[in-house]
Design a binder for this molecule. Structure first.
Ligand SMILES: C[S@@+](CC[C@H](N)C(=O)[O-])C[C@H]1O[C@@H](n2cnc3c(N)ncnc32)[C@H](O)[C@@H]1O
Length: 383
């Protein structure tokens, strides 16, 4: 078999699934109450570098990319609870074996089963590798014709029975895996994360990143690649990859101050990033305005809106709704129009209009009311 980055990675993690490899471990302070529910084997075969599970909520549907022995999935299962669901995807049979063997033990301890593990490549989340393997068993490849026919059936599987359907996931998490994916497949990987998330969903990814670009001679070292070094994004490159895939509201949730490893002067450390899906779509005018509260003099969002502190800006309904949610909500004041424009009557938002919204636009041109002082200030003590 030709030795690609992927085959090296698979061999390294197959062996790390059979016996713990200390060199791949990075000590993470997971929540002890969650760890108590996990079999020791799962804890011993942990190769993560962060804890994306901390940012999950009850009831969510979670997809864990490169789930390994299942630790993040089993922690996530406790946070999302019985009304939530967790799917782990991994390409290495030995890792899947460990995770699947331990799943019933965890379910018994929790009193519910909400985790499943699937075989797939995270850069191709539509292709169910076990379904493909069953197909190949029944139709072995013996000629160029049968190879091309198998390719066509794989494509059909992606469309008719996708491993992870489009727009089906609330949160994609991953712990120390994206760096392992082949450089040419990394763009496709971010496209896949975007595809499977529902509108309004988010990715919370922990990974090893570098403070300087990784030079070619280090990239060509398979040991360093499978050891989470060679394929690391730079810190800025990691964020750029989310942006290029169409995400917005990117935020560094955690950046380790101390490097995990330093190689030839380049520091490799753990970073956890959050990114949202949902800025795409039509823009409608509903006479809403936003006021950025500060503390910066101005901000620029991932859709190109430049907003100065303290001024009323006209935004389309889509942006208005996005700003009302995490991660923007706490930074803005929201000015609703005095008379609401129902969405079904709203006109397309005119992007050539002045960026600032005159207060008369939200109150209405015919608004000339005069009134006395308001009853009481919020929380005040007027008699
Ligand atoms: C560093 S380990 C992390 C495992 C787990 N997330 C944890 O926190 O312990 C990387 C895992 O990702 C899997 N993996 C690497 N590249 C993959 C790919 N392209 N598709 C699916 N799984 C992959 C490996 O098999 C391995 O189980």
């Amino acid at each position: 078999m030709p030795q690609t980055v992927e085959t090296f990675v698979k061999q390294r993690y197959a062996s790390a699934a059979r016996a713990p490899e200390a060199k791949l471990c990075c000590a993470i302070p997971y929540e002890p109450l969650h760890l108590k529910m996990l079999p020791q084997e799962v804890i011993d075969k942990d190769y993560g570098c962060g804890d994306p599970s901390k940012y999950l909520r009850p009831g969510e549907t979670v997809l864990d990319l490169g789930s390994g022995s299942g630790k993040i999935c089993f922690i996530a299962a406790q946070i999302v609870g019985p009304s939530g669901r967790v799917i782990g995807v991994d390409m290495t049979d030995d890792m899947l074996e460990v995770a699947r063997r331990n799943a019933p033990l965890v379910a018994e301890r929790l009193g519910y089963a909400n985790v499943e593990f699937c075989k797939g490549r995270i850069q191709d989340l539509a292709l169910d590798l076990e379904k493909l393997e069953a197909d190949l068993q029944a139709n072995p490849i013996q000629s160029s014709e049968s190879f091309l026919a198998a390719e066509a059936r794989a494509e059909e599987l992606r469309v008719t029975q996708p491993l992870v359907a489009s727009d089906s996931i609330d949160v994609v998490v991953s712990n120390c895996v994206l760096n392992l994916v082949d450089a040419v497949a990394k763009g496709k990987l971010f496209g896949e994360i975007f595809r499977v998330l529902r509108n309004g969903g988010r990715a919370v990814i922990s990974d090893i990143v570098s403070d300087e670009p990784v030079p070619e001679q280090l990239q060509n070292d398979p040991e360093l690649w499978s050891g989470c070094i060679s394929g690391a994004f730079t810190e800025a490159g990691f964020l750029r990859a989310f942006l290029e895939a169409g995400f917005y509201g990117l935020q560094i949730l955690k950046r380790d101050v101390a490097p995990w490893q330093t190689v030839e002067g380049i520091e490799f450390r753990s970073l956890t990033v959050e990114a949202f899906k949902g800025k795409q779509g039509d823009c409608f005018e509903r006479n809403q305005a936003v006021i950025y509260k500060g503390p910066f003099r101005e901000v620029l969002d991932d859709d190109g809106h430049r907003i100065e502190r303290g001024k009323r800006y006209a935004v389309c309904d889509k942006t208005y709704q996005l700003f009302k949610e995490a991660p923007y909500r706490e930074f803005f004041e929201f000015v609703d129009p005095r008379v609401e424009i129902p969405l079904e009557n709203a006109q397309p938002f005119d992007c050539s209009r002045p960026e600032l919204r005159h207060p008369k636009e939200t109150k209405g041109e015919n608004y000339h009311s005069t009134s006395g002082p308001n009853q009481c200030c919020e929380g005040g003590s007027c008699p």
